[in-house]
Structure formats: structure tokens, C-alpha cells
Design a protein. Structure first.
Length: 197
């Protein structure tokens, strides 16, 4: 277990400070995304849940592809894109983050899953300029066409921070989005925690 997780888990929920919108934007803009963390009780449940998923499905990838994305049986073949990045809607799926970071109420954490690779620079572990531009254009079309620019932020975890490595994805956080807009872009999705409640 990482030192960060040990520190988070040793903090009582009452002592945890949720991250507000201005801090969320600062974390993303400064590319210090390792500063995001889950509420301690959520992190504990998340780690237990991951173990259950691996025991039942064999891998996180198989569960995500089969049960959450519904792109097939969870094999690598199910992740073959139809076209170039962001060319076809069926190569993309927007869902709630089932285990969001410990942010203030009103901040909605979505994940944009893709069948295509979002190219990383092997030296920096960050997106290439081209991949960053492709994501920026997609976010512009999908989110900023419906919400003010200062209420939308996106980021992609570095490889070392990803909890799901086998399925490409990036994160979008929205500040006080319209509920109907959320239903529309997620296809009526709800986080697993809400589905099982």
C-alpha cells in the first residue's frame, strides 16, 4: 500500500477537509494531481471493492468493460476503436466516477472512457501536446458548449496514479452542473455507490 493511502486511511473522516472548487482548479492547473485523495472511509471501501471485483471478474479491466461500459465481455478485442481519437461516439463513454475524490458537494466527478489511446510522453509521463489538444477540443464540444469555462476542468492521471490501467480514460470535474445535462451526457448513469443504495 502506498504511503499516501496509509496516511489517508489513518485520518478520521471528521478530520478530513474536502477540497473546494478553487483548490480543485489549482491542483489541475499546476498538474499536482497526486494531491487528490478520497475521503478515508471511501478509500477503505474502494480498496475492499477492488479486491472483490478482481476475485469475481479476474481483473478490474474486465469488470469496467463488461459491467460499466458495456463494450463486450471485457477482452482486449472489445477495446478496438472504430476510428481515430474522438472520431466516433461509440469509442467514447462518459460515466460518473464510482469512487470520486473527496471534493465539496456540488462538484461532479465524471470519467471519459475511450477505446483509443491518449498518447503519453514516455519521458514526462504526461500527455503529448497532440493528445492534450484532442482532449481539449472534445471537452470544448461536449462540456464547454453547455457550461461556463470556469465551471469545467479536466485532467488525465499520470500512469503512476491510475487505478485502472487497461482502459484509457481521463477525468472531468463540473461545478454545479445542470442535472438534465448530466443525465444526457452520461446516458442516465449513476455512480455504483448510488445504484447499490
Amino acid at each position: 500500500m502506498s504511503q499516501k493511502n496509509i496516511e489517508v486511511l489513518s485520518t478520521p473522516d471528521e478530520q478530513y477537509r474536502r477540497q473546494g472548487w478553487e483548490l480543485v482548479k489549482e491542483i489541475v492547473r499546476s498538474n499536482q494531481i497526486d494531491r487528490f485523495q478520497r475521503l478515508p472511509s471511501d478509500l477503505r471501501r474502494y480498496l475492499e471493492y477492488k479486491e472483490q471485483i478482481v476475485a469475481e471478474y479476474g481483473s478490474i479491466m474486465r469488470f469496467v468493460v463488461k459491467e460499466r461500459l458495456r463494450w463486450g465481455e471485457g477482452t482486449a478485442d472489445d477495446l478496438k476503436p472504430k476510428g481515430r481519437p474522438f472520431e466516433y461516439d461509440e469509442d467514447i463513454r462518459i460515466l460518473y466516477n464510482d469512487w470520486p475524490y473527496g471534493v465539496e458537494e456540488g462538484i461532479v466527478h465524471l470519467v471519459v472512457w475511450t477505446k483509443f489511446e491518449l498518447e503519453d510522453d514516455p519521458v514526462t509521463d504526461d500527455l503529448t501536446p497532440r493528445a492534450r489538444q484532442e482532449i481539449e477540443e472534445y471537452v470544448q464540444r461536449t462540456f464547454l458548449s453547455r457550461m461556463p469555462a470556469d465551471q469545467v476542468i479536466w485532467f488525465k492521471n499520470w500512469k503512476s496514479l491510475k487505478s485502472v490501467h487497461a482502459v484509457e480514460h481521463f477525468h472531468v470535474m463540473l461545478h454545479h452542473p445542470d442535472a438534465e445535462f448530466l443525465r444526457e451526457i452520461t446516458g442516465g448513469d449513476a455512480p455504483l455507490k448510488r445504484q447499490s443504495a
